[in-house]
Design a protein around this ligand. Structure first.
Ligand SMILES: NC(=O)c1ccc[n+]([C@@H]2O[C@H](COP(=O)([O-])OP(=O)(O)OC[C@H]3O[C@@H](n4cnc5c(N)ncnc54)[C@H](O)[C@@H]3O)[C@@H](O)[C@H]2O)c1
Length: 271
């Protein structure tokens, strides 16, 4: 169903890798709601080729950019405003990666070069993106910037490893930069804290199957899907949420406020 919530709005969507990606679903929904956008991903992700299908389907152009590289980001913002014919109304940062997680290094045995790479890709890239948009004055007033995060920023999930710290950093950047973007440009900045979701990044976390099944049983509404996340993001890009800013918003079926559920109690209760 379409409500035309994003008619006439323009933006950039980072992080669509394949059809499971949250950014992929978001691009499809934004397109359905009348928004136009440029797709971007790291050059290495491009080579896998799937993003071309999404571009075709949504009538979008793709501009490769490593989100840790300022020159790439500057080129991206310049080209995107040129292609779309004006300043931007929305930006989705849907990027996360930990080399320690990927290579199976425990939290208690970090390779700090990898730790550094992980926070650059997962958190500082959000600052770099916003700083580029800010300096180029590339956002329209009442525009909206969203990044995706996970509750391991607030609570302990041991196998989430250094991504927990990266997400805490990301959420803090959203608040800190959100202040300046709000004051100086009337742009809102929020993070969505999403349920575990079966994507390439999600499935890279050790014990993901147990993790997602547990969250499903703990949440009164069940886990939020990638499509749920896409829909929530559409509302944050729309004019219906104009004064929501500096927030970390949970899209998690209620998980974050649960202590225990009857399903989980039943599992541990001997008959
Ligand atoms: N899947 C989950 O369980 C879950 C839960 C909460 C939050 N999130 C967050 O959602 C976001 C999207 O992840 P996803 O689950 O859709 O997985 P995904 O693997 O589909 O997307 C991650 C994206 O990050 C991109 N990326 C990595 N390094 C990059 C770089 N240097 N420059 C530009 N792009 C780069 C990848 O190419 C990929 O497209 C991430 O921030 C992730 O942490 C995911």
């Amino acid at each position: 169903m379409s409500y035309n919530l994003l008619k006439g709005k323009r933006g950039i969507i980072f992080g669509a890798l394949d059809e499971n990606s949250i950014a992929w679903k978001t691009a499809e929904r934004v397109h359905e709601e009348g928004g136009t956008f440029v797709l971007t991903n790291a050059p290495i992700a491009m080579r896998m080729g799937q993003i071309n299908q999404l571009a075709e389907k949504t009538g979008s152009q793709i501009i490769p950019a490593d989100a840790t590289n300022l020159e790439d980001l500057e080129n991206l913002v310049d080209k995107a405003t040129e292609i779309l014919g004006g300043k931007l109304d929305f930006v989705l940062h849907s990027i996360g990666m930990s080399v320690n997680v990927r290579k199976g290094k425990a939290y208690t045995d970090q390779n700090y070069d990898w730790t550094h790479k992980g926070w650059d890709v997962s958190a500082v890239s959000f600052h770099k993106t916003m700083q580029t948009l800010y300096k180029k004055d590339a956002m329209n007033e009442w525009g909206s910037i969203v990044a995706l995060t996970y509750m391991a920023a607030q609570r302990v999930f041991p196998d989430y490893n250094d991504m927990a710290d990266n997400k805490a950093y990301l959420e803090s950047i959203a608040r800190s930069f959100g202040y300046f973007f709000g004051k100086d440009k009337k742009v809102r900045v929020n993070t969505i804290s999403q349920s575990p979701t079966p994507t390439t990044a999600g499935q890279g976390v050790k014990g993901f199957d147990g993790f997602i099944a547990y969250a499903e049983k703990m949440s009164p509404l069940g886990n939020a899907t990638a499509i749920d996340c896409a829909n929530y993001t559409v509302t944050l890009f729309s004019d219906l949420t104009k004064r929501v800013t500096l927030q970390n918003l949970f899209n998690d079926g209620g998980f974050s406020n649960m202590g225990v559920s009857n399903e989980v109690i039943d599992y541990f209760t001997e008959e």
